[in-house]
Design a protein. Sequence first.
Length: 260
Amino acid sequence: MNEAGGARVPGPDLEGRHVLVTGASRGIGRGIAERAAALGAEVTLAARDGEALEEARAAIEAAGGTAGAAVADATDAGQVEKLVAAADVRSTLWACVHAVGGNRTGETLNYAVEDLDKLLALNVRSTFCVLREVGRRLVPRGDGGRLVAVSSQMGSVGYPGRAAYCASKAAVDGMVRALAVEWAPRGVTVNALAPTFVETEMTRPMLEDPLFRAEVLGRIPIGRLGEVDEVAAAATFLIGPESGLITGTVLPVDGGWTAW
């Protein structure tokens, strides 16, 4: 297929592959789902916002792709179990890109423990629940599969006011490496993406502050923010057939931020 709206999309051939994308209602998750569909994959989109999810699904189908949608809270293990089971019954899963995540910023001395708990649930617990549940489908089959978690450059560096966020993304990176080693003998690869700041609905409010935006741009050697399509291209490479030797990797998509 490799086409969307009549325009050829360069990238790996995902024809006949079924890909679950969580956090797919907007931002990076939606971009990944759209690109995977344009490369020929059947895509199941999952998120908590049913209205936005249906809009994303309809857009993929309007562009010639094949997509289903399911409302689910990725921090709820029971909902994740039902989501993955239903998706796998409809069409055998090959890959999952877990793009659920969020941030709660604040100076550590005044940071609420309740906010820490919520952030760890959103970024770490959800990653564990989703990767574990998809792994329960892929690993016993022994015929391969691809798992990708969307992490952040902040898993590798520090930044003021983001102690909890940095800790949560470092945990995601460690989890990915451990699962990669655990599941490699069954042909299942597990990797993470570590994007820099990408302008999405989540980051736009903070990036509207000119001082903060200038600070961010000053830390990116390439001199600009990332784009959703660039992160999506990296994600679809990692779930494609050419990436079979890549596992346990946290791939920076950061314009050189972590190369300083």
